[in-house]
Design a protein around this ligand. Structure first.
Ligand code: HEC
Length: 268
C-alpha cells in the first residue's frame, strides 16, 4: 500500500518536472527570436531582398571577417569584439590574424578599433562612423544585406553616394571597387488618391567592379553573417546548447513515458 502511494507521489511530480523543463527551454530559446525579430525596416521604396544569416558556415564567417578588416575597419570599430575571440570562434589560426588582420594593434587580446581618429571622421563625414559591434542586432541581417547592395551614385550627396535603404546616408560606398558603380533610375508612381511617389525602377551599371553580381552578393552575404556574429558571439554556442537541450528533452519524454507505463501497470 505504502509503495503504491509513493509511486503515485512520484507520478504526480512528473508534470511539475515537465513544466519546469519547459520553462527552462522557453527562456533559453526566446533570445534567438528577439535577436532576429528587430530588423529595422526604415526603407522607403524598394522591395527588400530576402536574407537570413547563417552562423554555422565558418568559411563564410571567415571571409566576412576578412572583408570587414579590409574595407570597414578604416572608418568603423567593433570594440566589443577582440581579435583572439574572433580567431577562436571562427577557427582562424592566430598567426594569420596577427599577420593579415590586425592593422591597429599588435596585441591579439585587443578589441577591434578603427584606424580613423574620431575628430577627423566627424569633420569628413559630418557624423562619426558608428561602432559596428551591435549593428547586426540593431538593424538585423536583412537590412544590412540590402544596405550593402543598394549604394548608388548621387551627385547631390556630399560623399557622391546615396543608398536605397538608408536615405541620404553619410557613408560612401566602401566596396564599390568590388561591386562597381551603379546609378538609380526612379519612376513616379501615382496611387489611387493621386499621390505621387518616386520609387526605384532599376539600377544601371556605370562602371564594372572586380566581382560579378553573384560574387558580390556572396561576399555581402559573408560580411552580413560576420556582422551578425559580432553582434552576438554567444549565439553560435547557444544554438549548439539548444540542440543538446532538445535531445535531452526528447530522451526525457521517452523515459517518462516508459516510467508512467511501468507504474500504471501495477495500479490497473
Ligand atoms: C570612409 C568611411 C567608411 C567606411 C570605409 C565604411 N563606413 Fe560605414 N559608415 C560610415 C559613416 C560616416 C556612417 C554614418 C552614416 C550616417 O549616419 O549617415 C556609416 C554607417 C554605417 C552603417 C549604418 C549604421 C547605422 O545603423 O546607422 C553600417 C551598417 C555600416 N556603416 C557598415 C559598414 C561596413 C560593413 C563597412 C565595410 C564594408 C563600412 N561601413 C565602411 C563611414 C564608413
Amino acid at each position: 500500500m505504502k509503495s503504491i502511494r509513493m509511486k503515485m507521489k512520484i507520478i504526480r511530480t512528473i508534470p511539475t518536472l515537465f513544466l519546469g523543463l519547459l520553462m527552462v527551454l522557453l527562456t533559453s530559446t526566446t533570445p534567438w527570436a528577439i535577436g532576429s525579430a528587430v530588423a529595422a525596416t526604415d526603407n522607403n521604396s524598394i522591395k527588400m531582398a530576402h536574407f537570413e544569416a547563417s552562423l554555422n558556415d565558418k568559411v563564410s564567417l571567415q571571409h566576412g571577417a576578412k572583408l570587414f578588416v579590409n574595407y570597414c575597419l578604416s572608418c568603423h570599430s567593433a570594440k566589443y569584439m577582440r581579435y583572439n575571440r574572433m580567431a577562436k570562434d571562427l577557427e582562424i589560426p592566430t598567426d594569420l590574424v596577427e599577420k593579415h588582420m590586425m592593422f591597429t594593434t599588435d596585441k591579439i587580446g585587443d578589441p577591434m578599433q578603427t584606424t580613423m581618429p574620431a575628430e577627423y571622421a566627424k569633420q569628413w563625414f559630418g557624423v562619426t562612423p558608428p561602432d559596428l559591434s551591435l549593428v547586426g542586432r540593431l538593424r538585423g541581417p536583412e537590412w544590412l544585406y540590402n544596405y550593402f547592395r543598394t549604394f548608388y551614385l548621387d551627385e547631390n550627396s556630399p560623399s557622391g553616394w546615396n543608398n536605397m535603404v538608408y536615405e541620404n546616408v553619410a557613408m560612401p560606398h566602401a566596396m564599390h571597387e568590388l561591386q562597381g558603380q551603379q546609378r538609380a533610375i526612379f519612376k513616379t508612381v501615382i496611387d489611387a488618391d493621386g499621390n505621387e511617389t518616386k520609387v526605384l525602377d532599376r539600377f544601371e551599371t556605370v562602371t564594372l567592379g572586380k566581382m560579378t553580381v553573384e560574387e558580390y552578393d556572396h561576399a555581402i552575404r559573408d560580411l552580413t553573417n560576420f556582422l551578425v556574429y559580432v553582434g552576438e558571439p554567444a549565439k553560435m554556442s547557444r544554438i549548439n546548447y539548444g540542440i543538446w537541450v532538445m535531445m535531452f528533452f526528447a530522451l526525457l519524454i521517452m523515459l517518462t513515458y516508459l516510467l508512467k507505463k511501468e507504474y500504471w501497470r501495477d495500479i490497473h
